[in-house]
Design a binder for this molecule. Sequence first.
Ligand code: GLY
Length: 400
Amino acid sequence: MIKEKRKTFPGLIITLLICFTACKDISSDSKQEETIAEEDKIIQYSDRFSYLLEYSVDSLAFPRSADDNGIIKKVPSKDWTSGFFPGTLWKIYQLTGDTKYKAKAKEWTTFIEKEKYNDRTHDMGFKVFCSFGNGFKITNNAAYKDIIIESAQTLSTRYNTTVGSIRSWDFNKEEWQFPVIIDNMMNLELLFEASNYSKDTTYYNMANQHARTTLKNHFRDNNSSFHVVDYDTITGDIRAKVTHQGFRNESSWARGQAWGLYGYAMAYRYTNNVEFLEQSKKIAAFLMDHNNLPEDAIPYWDFDAPNIPSEPRDASAAAVIASGMLELYEYTKDKKHLEFADKIITSLSSKKYVIQKESNVPFILSHSTGNWPKNDEINGPINYADYYFLEAVLRRKNLR
Ligand code: GLY
């Protein structure tokens, strides 16, 4: 049960020291007031939770992101991001123990049930596992389990045995035959869990093979990944390796690297395949040692973006990296992984990234970049940053 204190113990010591110094020098009084006034504006991430709780419930309008004017982009349950808002509410309940968040999480989660029959996308894990998956772990509600199994069944219809992968997208058919994106690694968790719940190994086998195919074809020699690999549906051969949300085909889109790191640590959890663990470690090294990683460890939206350091950051990529790195640390016990996750959590908890009090949007963090090539959701709040940030905070708390 955590309730963030407005001032931490070291923070109190610093304030007392400032006060002691100020008392000795009357001329510094106004400076002291300035410091306190500035400090007072700082909002802790937990102070944002109530904005999510109070957001008006609408079964067709999940809050996804906000623009610079505080206008909220709302999406229906079929959008790939719908599961993150209820997922974040479940995580707030886990952090605070406040049952108001649990009730709200349940309410929003229910609206996603119809997605269990939606076979037009690979994003089933993001939608159903972040909502019902968290809900099941917390409530043990058998109906949630059935929805997860049904969703896995639907997702499994997108698996192609010749390619050995799940098809990610259905759009852009004039260019792509069978596009698989690195993000797709994240949707495997739903399949692995559905096998555990149902004892049907079909989903496990598909997820395992998808991870193996991705390992073989998505990565470059330096362990960064391509965003999209397009396959021939008849032969299973690779037709193209390109990007959709990165700067260029050969660049390292930050969130794509994050999905890979997290995805392979998670895939190792279910398979014990050391190749998956090694891949996650290699991606971690790529990220931690990168020359274009800023001092605060929150990456630019693409590691090869053209105008670094004048490029938007992607707090969502950082949040996914922090959470994935903490799972990786559980297996490696390598302090580097823990320290890197801690660094990101500290940065994301700072005034620069936590949305300030004046903003009445149902989000916690700002400075995420959704789709730079489309000039969409640049440098603002996006719901999946909040979700993975709180997951990282919870994972860190559980490690302690
Ligand atoms: N899967 C979509 C994204 O990461 O933006």
